[in-house]
Design a binder for this molecule. Structure first.
Ligand SMILES: [Zn+2]
Length: 332
């Protein structure tokens, strides 16, 4: 287990690094090449820092610019992912894992040195856009993909991620909600309350009425066999871990059997983040982590289902407390 865990830790740290620069100005317009102003944004400076360390050149600065400059709409996201698969074909494979209730594709980008092949390596996933009005994860997954493509030949950390694991990025679990600027999907269902739950009867059994987006995640998770995962949200600044629910619905610390491992992973993420573990993080001043049920219990959560049924250690990352970062007002 040492190697998978080491890779996961590295990856979590990397996402923290990218997240630190995610203040995104929004623009409207179609997916086309835009003139880049040198050093004009935090996002580009972050990439350049990575490249300076590795000596590599960008795989396509305009694509990175597009990924980070604003929230791509659903059609643009599809085009971006398809272009990424072509540009970075030796490490990337794009898979449609299902469709949303309104028939939009749910894209998963597999990144590895042997994409599409079964290997004895841990599979790890990042899921963005569970809630349609929380688009930060949608951007971070693309930024991570771009950083890997630009640096995997020269940067030791990027190389290790590519060669020792299968990384899967799903930028938008809820494209219909993104399009409508709504938390739930097109049926108004909160997808992070839609998974089979350990307190339903029978426990963790699908009801059959799960939304298409939820079913797609379940099928994909079971088919792939992930060891670890994180979903990305907004509205707080905290790394949240199971359990999410309590048997009597009271708010209290509800430790799962792997509580120590989860606390370790959540602490690792939070402490690598620029702000999450800071005492200035008023809601979570003691390290920026929380047990889900100790914050507020929920039922039908994705992380509890992943843990029990998917055998996958999933964190729920709340990546910005304001819920209204730069650019968001204009996007909304
Ligand atoms: Zn959320």
């Amino acid at each position: 287990m040492e190697r998978p865990r080491a890779v996961l830790l590295l990856l979590l740290g990397l996402l923290c690094l990218l997240e630190a620069g995610s203040g995104l100005p929004a623009q409207s317009g179609s997916l086309k090449r835009k003139k880049k102003k040198k050093g004009s944004s935090v996002e580009l400076r972050l990439l350049n820092e990575s490249q300076a360390g590795s000596g590599s050149s960008a795989s396509g600065p305009d694509y990175l610019y597009l990924a980070l400059r604003r929230y791509l709409n659903n059609q643009e996201l599809t085009e971006w992912l398809q272009s990424y698969e072509k540009r970075c074909k030796s490490i990337a494979r794009l898979t449609k894992i299902g469709t949303s209730a309104q028939d939009r594709p749910l894209w998963a980008l597999e990144i590895s040195d042997r994409p599409g092949q079964a290997e004895a390596e841990p599979a790890v996933k990042y899921v963005g856009g569970v809630h349609g009005d929380e688009p930060t994860g949608r951007v971070l997954t693309l930024a991570l993909a771009e950083w890997l493509c630009a640096n995997y030949k020269t940067d030791a950390r990027a190389k290790r991620i590519i060669s020792t694991m299968h990384l899967w990025l799903l930028p938008a679990m809820n494209p219909d909600g993104f399009d409508a600027r709504s938390r739930g999907n097109s049926a108004g269902q909160d997808l992070n309350r839609d998974f089979p739950d350990r307190f339903s009867s029978p426990p963790m059994e699908p009801s059959g009425s799960e939304q298409p987006e939820t079913k797609a995640i379940m099928d994909w998770t079971l088919a792939t066999g992930f060891v670890a995962s994180a979903s990305m949200h907004e509205g707080a600044l905290v790394a949240n871990y199971p359990w999410d629910g309590t048997d009597d619905r009271s708010t209290r610390y509800e430790a799962c059997p792997d509580d120590a491992v989860f606390r370790h992973l959540a602490t690792l993420y939070a402490s690598t983040h620029k702000h999450m573990a800071s005492p200035d993080n008023a809601e979570f001043p003691n390290g920026g982590t929380t047990n889900g049920a100790n914050w507020y219990p929920i039922y039908g959560s994705m992380q509890d289902w992943n843990y029990v049924v998917g055998h996958c250690l999933e964190l729920t990352l709340e990546l910005r407390w304001d819920g209204a970062g730069p650019g968001r007002e204009r996007w909304m």
